[in-house]
Design a protein around this ligand. Structure first.
Ligand code: SF4
Ligand code: SF4
Length: 498
């Protein structure tokens, strides 16, 4: 926090915008005790922090009273989560079979009657919840060919195929995805743009697959007739297929330190495999399927394309990495395909792409000189070492990244891009990735979305205030979000508001 009180304070920053005092007064009025500036308001420190009105009591003196004279060590074998223990009590044995039968009948009636809370969508949600990462190896055809391994299906529960509007479908799918742990959702209808221009021809070498479209009802896998790869992965065109991009918020806090944990992914990046199984279980109970994506190298749709085209993120100077309007580059994405008809989501404009043109902070901090310092994006893909840059696809007017320079620099730095083992500087230093909770960053984001006249000023101020990086050991002293991610992103009023 000390940097906030140094040469350029947040107050100075707000003064420069002609807004000094506006936010502070409002915040102080709501909060007891009074805060003198934004730094005090933001100060939290390490460990679990409760509200100011919660008092601390003495050790062994909780609010419930205890007679320490009679307290003895407890025999855990007599605890009541054992049926054997329950059966020692007559009231448990009294009518046990009738009671269980009545309970089972009640559950069956709730399902049959589709009672609120037990309706098909809740059955779907529950089925997905029970699917964890230990389910069978995922193949390209996903639950089209193996829905029974993912718990219940609509037919096993005696339910019809769910029907509703695309908007209702999107809302259900989005709610389930949030429940299972992901933050943003992008949806697109697979049509000719995707089939002819956006789908990869082949997956990464080693994954050995060719993506192709055929007039069939369900995806299937066969030998690749071109001989370039081992298999062809066929996407059906007899049914309308939708592309979905899931993106998970990751924490800027965990990455701002050059350290062994400041790599691009947080501690729960493997949540992607959990989510795949869970969304499969969810859709199966509605009578639909999810498929594609057998791993990082075989995403059916590029995340760098899906973000800008489906609107959960905008393109950035970092080129492959997109920026969300909530926390910039700090997100992990993966894509899949489904026959569940949802309303597509549209591209967004939060002023981020324009901001990148005047910023270039990531490029200045990239030791590998991999990120373009050009003032304007271009359609022309630069060569690399005088050779064609095969890692780029023409079409976008972009700031083109030199991937070879990026890889070379990371190899030279022990796997990352800082001399000692450390974080991705382009992510760490990006002003759009700074703490969403801080009032000043909310102000910057709002301003940037409306006008670009302050863009260069914001970019310079962010650099001067050195938000991006701090000493690794400071991380242990911070107030940390669970799982290294801000789960309130996208949750109105902190969550559960309608
Ligand atoms: S990961 Fe590191 S080397 Fe690669 S572009 Fe980002 S800052 Fe540069
Ligand atoms: S550091 Fe600046 S130029 Fe780079 S991605 Fe972030 S906003 Fe864009």
């Amino acid at each position: 926090m000390s940097v906030f009180h140094s040469t350029v304070t947040r107050r100075d920053f707000m003064k420069a915008l002609g807004l000094a005092g506006a936010g502070i007064g409002a915040a102080a009025a709501l909060t007891v005790p009074q805060f003198h500036d934004l730094d005090e308001l933001a100060a939290t420190g390490p460990g679990f922090k409760r509200d100011w009105y919660v008092k601390e009591r003495d050790l062994f003196n909780p609010t419930i009273e205890i007679d320490w004279g009679v307290m003895k060590r407890y025999n855990g074998r007599t605890q009541s989560q054992s049926t054997g223990v329950l059966q020692q009590y007559p009231s448990y044995n009294n009518g046990v079979d009738d009671r269980k039968a009545a309970g089972n009948a009640m559950a069956a009636a709730r399902l049959a009657n589709q009672d609120p809370g037990y309706s098909q969508k809740f059955q779907a949600l529950n089925n997905g919840k029970n699917n964890r990462a230990t389910y069978p190896t995922w193949t390209f055809t996903g639950t089209y060919s193996d829905s029974k391994s993912y718990g219940s299906t609509n037919t096993s529960l005696g339910l019809p195929k769910w029907t509703g509007t695309p908007e209702e479908a999107y809302n259900m799918f989005y709610s389930a995805m949030r429940y299972y742990g992901y933050t943003w959702l992008g949806v697109t209808e697979i049509e000719d743009h995707w089939r002819n221009q956006l789908f990869d021809l082949y997956s990464t070498t080693g994954t050995n697959s060719m993506y192709t479209f055929e007039n069939v009802d369900a995806p299937y896998i066969a030998a690749d007739p071109t001989g370039v790869s081992k298999e062809k992965w066929v996407i059906p065109t007899n049914v309308q297929i939708y592309g979905v991009a899931f993106s998970e918020a990751a924490s800027p806090e965990a990455r701002k330190c050059p350290s062994a944990i400041s790599n691009s992914n947080n501690s729960i990046v493997d949540k992607a495999s959990f989510l795949r199984n869970r969304m499969a279980g969810f859709l199966n109970v509605l009578g639909y399927h999810i498929f594609g994506n057998t791993g990082d190298q075989s995403m059916p749709l590029h995340t760098g394309i899906m973000g800008p085209l489906t609107g959960y993120a905008e393109a950035s100077r970092q080129n492959n990495y997109t920026l969300t309007s909530e926390n910039g580059p700090h997100h992990n994405d993966f894509t899949m395909l489904t026959d569940f008809a949802m309303s597509p989501t549209k591209p967004m404009d939060a002023g981020i792409w324009k901001f990148c043109a005047g910023c270039a902070t990531c490029a200045k901090h990239c030791m590998g000189r991999a990120i373009s310092l050009d003032k304007e994006p271009t359609y022309d893909i630069p060569t690399t070492d005088g050779l064609t840059s095969t890692f780029h696809n023409p079409g976008p007017k972009a700031f083109w990244l030199n991937w070879v320079a990026c890889a070379t620099n990371r190899e030279a730095c022990g796997g990352d891009c800082w001399p000692q083992k450390g974080g991705r500087m382009c992510w760490i230093q990006c002003p759009m990735g700074n703490d969403k909770a801080a009032m000043i960053h909310a102000l910057v984001r709002t301003t940037v979305s409306q006008t670009s006249i302050f863009n260069s000023f914001f970019a310079t101020m962010e650099e001067k205030m050195s938000y991006g990086i701090y000493e690794p050991d400071d991380w242990w002293k911070m107030s940390l979000p669970v799982y290294g991610q801000d789960s309130t992103i996208g949750a109105a009023k902190g969550g559960y508001a309608k």
